[in-house]
Ligand binder design. Structure first.
Ligand code: CA
Length: 440
């Protein structure tokens, strides 16, 4: 059970002064983990603190951070996989030790500063070698609006939606860290009539999907499901995910087996993993089921889950066009929503995933699917916001946006706020759209 403790106490401050600024995503109370590199050096595991990164490798080397030998070894590796596999107690111990190091003036010796790297001097890498990537479809608002657009004459939800969290298997090889440009993909789309050759060209309907992802901590054995109340022991932490999508390719290829090339070309993740420990103050009652919803399966419900199943994360999507960038204008918020509304929780997703005996492995990435608000203008993708390109909306400066254009940068951000606690954030998950390659 993850509880609120003194590492969440709002009165604590860090000697890294940028961590005490109100607007930082990375105060002392957050301490997310990631992997970074400085020029000409090997990847290192780090903890974000204000505008700095504490290198665990360097802190261990300098002797200012002490951990049991096997845990110290895990913190010196080139990815977080080994640390993830060690589970809750290891995550909590690293959090506690780093918290003490960054709080205590006694430990702020000149030597400690040598373990800090400025964020602007670091390149963020994928934090984990991702074995499998599973993408769910768990927003009821997204499901309803998607159905209205794709099959307006059928009921607004598939009958399974309220009975299980629907998912498909994604592609892990093309999961990339924030900042990687997104090359507009080529693909086949529907011919205008059945006797014509189906066109193969660059997508004209490139979209983002605003999602929350989570990394599996310790895995489960083949054949052994994880109960809903044990699910949090298998989730290390959360990140933001942009599941870039090509709607014209998707519409044509998805019958009857679901998305493939319309999604597999690239998925972006924010580089910092915000641990479940850091998120303890922002857990929230699970979403209440609608009155006419079918009964919830016993395997996906518990008293504890009802009390703490949701995570309250305010999410935003910002877009900056090439013209805005040229004019020096910052990105504009085009939609905002909250992850606490998601119909199925991350714990239900994980339990459902294992309920047939499927083994999850440490470092697997699972994502929520598009997080959409109840109103159309607060949806988590352009497909819904523009009704598949029928509408457009205006960016500051007057440009019309329907689907993404070359040069558009998409930025996802997420922040947790609760009265009496320090706000924490996820950092940004961004990518600029690049023109398609010339091929054939
Ligand atoms: Ca998705």
């Amino acid at each position: 059970v993850i509880d609120i403790d003194d590492t969440h106490d709002v009165t604590h401050a860090s000697w890294v002064t940028s961590a005490n600024a109100e607007e930082t995503d990375f105060p002392l109370q957050n301490l997310p983990l990631g992997v970074f590199r400085t020029p000409n050096s090997a990847p290192e595991i780090g903890v974000a603190i204000g505008d700095q990164i504490l290198s665990l490798h360097r802190a261990l080397q300098l002797g200012v951070l002490t951990l049991p030998a096997s845990l110290a070894q895990a913190c010196r590796e080139l990815t977080l996989n080994s640390l993830l596999s060690r589970g809750r107690p290891a995550a909590a111990m690293v959090r506690r030790k780093v918290f003490e190091l960054l709080t205590s003036d006694a430990l702020k010796q000149d030597i400690t500063v040598q373990a800090l790297v400025s964020t602007k001097d670091a390149e963020m890498l994928l934090p984990v070698t991702i074995g499998d990537f599973t993408d769910f479809y768990t927003s009821i608002n997204h499901a309803r609006r998607g159905a209205q657009l794709s099959r307006p004459n059928l009921p607004p939800l598939y009958p399974n939606f309220q009975n299980l969290p629907v998912a498909y298997h994604g592609r892990s090889s093309s999961v990339t860290p924030s900042g990687t440009p997104c090359r507009r993909p080529l693909g086949q789309m529907a011919p205008s009539n059945a006797s014509e050759e189906a066109p193969f060209r660059a997508t004209a309907k490139l979209d983002f999907e605003l999602e929350v992802g989570f990394y599996v901590g310790p895995g489960n054995l083949l054949g052994e499901p994880v109960s809903i109340d044990s699910a949090e022991d298998h989730i290390f932490g959360l990140c933001l995910v942009n599941d870039w999508s090509a709607r014209d390719i998707q519409r044509w290829e998805s019958q009857p087996l679901g998305p493939f090339q319309s999604k597999s070309f690239m998925t972006s993740v924010s580089p910092w993993i915000v641990t479940l420990e850091a998120l303890a103050p922002f857990r929230h009652k699970a979403v209440e089921r609608e009155e006419n919803a079918p009964p919830l399966s016993r395997r996906l419900s518990s008293e504890r889950h009802s009390e703490r199943g949701a995570v309250d994360i305010a999410l935003k999507v910002r877009v900056q066009s090439e013209a805005m960038r040229t004019r020096g204008e910052s990105a504009a918020v085009i939609t905002e929503t909250n992850f606490a509304q998601q119909y199925w929780s991350i714990f239900q997703m994980l339990t459902h995933h294992t309920s047939n005996g499927c083994n999850l492995r440490s470092g697997d990435l699972l994502a929520s699917g598009t997080v959409s608000g109840a109103q159309q203008q607060l949806a988590g993708c352009l497909f819904e916001m523009t009704m598949d390109g029928r509408n457009s909306f205006e960016l500051p400066g007057g440009e019309e946006l329907t689907y993404l254009r070359d040069g558009d940068e998409v930025q996802l951000v997420g922040r947790c706020e609760r009265k009496g606690f320090r706000s924490i954030g996820f950092g940004v998950c961004s990518g600029v759209v690049q023109p398609a390659i010339e091929w054939l």
